[in-house]
Design a protein around this ligand. Structure first.
Ligand code: ARG
Ligand code: GLU
Length: 721
């Protein structure tokens, strides 16, 4: 009896570990329903996804290609993150109407701002089409034959799916090509900006707090989807009307407590949970560190410039936000995998797998040879990936090298008689016009910064990359200058026409094709030319496609083996930008010895972080007034505090930004916007003790709209419980 009890306990704790991990396919959620309900869910899988009736899935949208959003009114009003609407908010900002700094709130439909190019996509339905897609696939086909056949099968499936409709369709591979799903989508093209808080709220904490807990960012913005009068998608038109979604989310003000069930419904982009140890090693011990150190240097240089003047801050802030976002994520990811002993764990698993495979001859034939094949492919991938990394993050880090690279084809065209003069002239004029623009835009400020970036990244290329991957031009140049490579690089930058408007004028004002020779002799152009030539001859990036296809083929078999070995385990497919459900519970965590993190933050923390001298920590005066008066209205928690953000164990990744976070009844309690730093390895390996998603508490969001912005009319559209 005791034994049985222990077994049951072991089973329950095992399945609990499993509970938080995973990004599940909404259509197959029946399989998770019992577990979700055991964890506290009060609704059914059918309430979440149903093709025949309106379900929560009808309230979820893919926002602008890389984020998620959710409808909160029957008039097409939706929430997403501030950082997801960022480029739209910036695009509509001018010095007079600086919506980025001051926020923007449309007082009525007329004031809502059209956003050309922005789209919102809804999932109409999904379907398992594995059978159709794998029709005619034979075991002895090469990966190429197989892929060709699959592509033609997919085309048949998607053509049929959209016949006679305005929908679009795609078929995507799951579990490395072991299963295929069809997605039928409806895309709306008239999306308008409705509201955004000022940066000091929407981006409070900036890159300093990014990926970190405790967090105090009001990371939300609001948009509205418009449709033709018959509720179908249409390009922008003043005759369009607010779209009426089949479903929108009710909002709960009843708050949260530890261990409450939550789920996230959205579009996670990419995870790689089933990588072999060799691949994890490559990512966390080779690629991440190389990328991190190259970015360290660039960030140091840009940050110094940004702290020098307002003009320079504006010049670099978008670029730096993106470099810094990936940089910090990679640092966290590599640390997290190390802390988990992730590579050793994978190795141990692989040994078990091998032992299992060797138990009978059929399995042995199918699976035992996998690991040496993986290793062989990854050795090749490693070299090309590293070359590519140094090319992108070092060679292409500076403007001057990027601009030189633009001339790569042009120079050979000048020498190629089959290319007509008119083509050459057109390209020369285009380059010249771009250059004039480039120089006109504060080049006096940009030049010293770009020179530093150029010098440092080229030096690191030479100094850090494996010797067999180093383009020989570096050693040639090093010997060319008596004071070595750095001195050569410095002179090359100064002497290049690419750093001088005057020299550019001379060369390009009246371009003749024989001047192509002069371009080719330019020291910076020559550098790019030699590097790119070496890479193309030895480590061409184009090979990666085939290598990755081969590796995919190996993973397809490996995945089958893992599923065969652990038939009781409920495997979830890696994220691939399709709609998923992640579920877990609200909980704090312990990131380090003697450090305990609570699961929610309040406005108190904003005031503690306030620092008028630090850009990221400036607090809006109006927010401070409300704080002093404790004027939180119905948005306060039961202790009278104003909640700002909370964390939970939902397994999320990039693309989940803007996703609704829902409670046991399927009501909106928050908007997902980030992950805690110690858990960023969850794209490779999930750890229930460290992995937390970071959520904007919907009460802070509504408080900002209502009390701070005085845009209460927007709340009237919503269903607030
Ligand atoms: N880390 C979040 C994400 O991966 C937020 C990024 C935007 N914020 C920023 N400070 N760069 O997308
Ligand atoms: N901020 C991320 C996004 O844009 C979400 C954070 C994550 O990677 O989990 O999707």
């Amino acid at each position: 009896m005791k034994k049985l009890l222990l077994l049951i306990i072991a089973f329950i704790s095992l399945s609990q570990v499993h509970a938080d991990e995973g990004m599940w396919i909404p259509m197959l959620l029946q399989k998770n329903q019992a577990e979700m309900q055991r964890m506290g869910m009060k609704i059914s899988a059918k309430d979440i996804y149903d093709v025949n009736h309106g379900s929560l899935k009808d309230a979820i949208v893919q926002f602008g290609g890389g984020c998620t959003g959710e409808f909160v009114s029957e008039k097409g009003l939706l929430f997403t993150n501030h950082h997801c609407g960022y480029s739209q908010i910036v695009a509509h900002s001018t010095v007079e109407h600086n919506y980025l700094s001051n926020g923007f709130w449309a007082k009525n439909l007329e004031e809502e701002i059209p956003c050309p190019g922005l789209t919102v996509t809804l999932l109409v339905r999904m379907e398992d089409v594995t059978f159709q897609v794998l029709d005619g696939i034979l075991p002895d086909m090469s990966e190429k034959e197989r892929n060709d056949k699959i592509q033609s099968n997919i085309k048949k499936v998607t053509d049929k799916a959209v016949e006679g409709s305005h929908y679009t369709a795609s078929v995507l591979s799951f579990y490395y090509g072991n299963q295929y799903f069809l997605f039928v989508d409806e895309t709306f093209k008239d999306v308008r900006l409705v509201g955004a808080p000022p940066s000091n709220i929407g981006k409070f904490g900036g890159d300093t707090d990014n990926w970190m807990w405790p967090r105090h960012t009001g990371d939300f913005s609001m948009f509205r989807v418009y449709a033709a009068p018959d509720n179908t998608p249409a390009g922008y038109s003043s005759g369009n009307v607010p779209y009426k979604p089949k479903k929108y989310l009710p909002i709960s003000l009843s708050g949260i407590k530890k261990d409450d069930f939550t789920f996230v419904f959205g579009y996670p982009g990419r995870t790689q949970e089933y990588l072999v140890s060799e691949a994890v090693d490559l990512t966390v011990n080779t690629l991440n560190p190389a990328r991190i150190s190259l970015r360290d240097k660039r960030l140091e240089i840009y940050n110094a410039a940004m702290n020098r003047s307002v003009e320079e801050r504006l010049m670099y802030s978008a670029q730096v936000a993106s470099i810094a976002n990936g940089w910090k994520k990679m640092i966290g990811e590599s640390k997290g995998v190390k802390r988990l002993n992730g590579i050793e764990k994978k190795k141990k698993y692989e040994q078990e797998f091998l032992a299992w495979a060797n138990q009978n001859s059929e399995r042995k034939n199918k699976y035992a040879g996998l690991f040496p094949q993986f290793n062989e492919k990854y050795a090749k991938i490693r070299n090309i990936e590293l070359s590519r990394l140094y090319f992108n993050e070092a060679a292409m880090a500076s403007d001057i090298m990027q601009r030189a690279f633009q001339l790569y084809d042009f120079v050979s065209e000048c020498a190629d008689k089959s290319v007509q003069d008119s083509t050459i002239n057109k390209e020369a004029q285009q380059f010249y016009a771009d250059s004039k623009k480039y120089f006109a835009n504060s080049y006096n400020l940009k030049k010293p910064v770009d020179k530093k970036i150029f010098m440092e990244t080229m030096w690191m290329y030479y100094d850090r990359i494996d010797s067999q991957l180093l383009p020989p031009v570096f050693n040639t140049l090093k010997n060319k200058h008596k004071d070595g490579l750095k001195a050569y690089l410095s002179e090359a930058f100064d002497n290049s026409f690419l750093s001088s408007e005057e020299k550019t004028d001379k060369l390009f004002k009246d371009f003749k094709r024989k001047k192509g020779k002069d371009v080719s002799k330019d020291p910076v152009f020559d550098l790019v030319f030699q590097i790119w030539k070496f890479i193309n001859e030895n480590y061409p990036f184009s090979q990666l496609r085939n290598l990755n296809a081969d590796v995919n083929g190996l993973y397809r078999v490996y995945m089958q083996g893992m599923m065969e070995m652990q038939p009781q385990w409920h495997f979830y497919p890696d994220a691939n930008f399709t709609l998923r459900v992640a579920y877990g519970k609200i909980d704090g965590y312990t990131p380090a010895d003697a450090v305990d993190y609570q699961y929610f933050t309040t406005i108190e923390g904003i005031m503690q972080k306030e620092n008028p001298d630090i850009y990221d920590y400036v607090v809006e005066p109006k927010l401070k007034e409300l704080y002093i008066r404790k004027d939180y209205g119905k948005y306060a928690n039961k202790d009278g505090e104003l909640p700002v953000a909370f964390i939970a164990t939902n397994h999320t990744t990039g693309g989940n930004s803007g996703s609704p976070v829902l409670n046991a009844k399927g009501e909106l309690i928050g908007i997902n916007f980030d992950r805690c730093w110690e858990g960023t390895m969850s794209d490779i390996m999930y750890d229930p003790s460290q992995c937390r998603n970071i959520v904007l508490d919907i009460r802070y969001c509504l408080f900002v709209i209502d009390k701070f912005a005085g845009a209460g009319h927007l709340l009237k559209e919503m269903t607030i419980l």
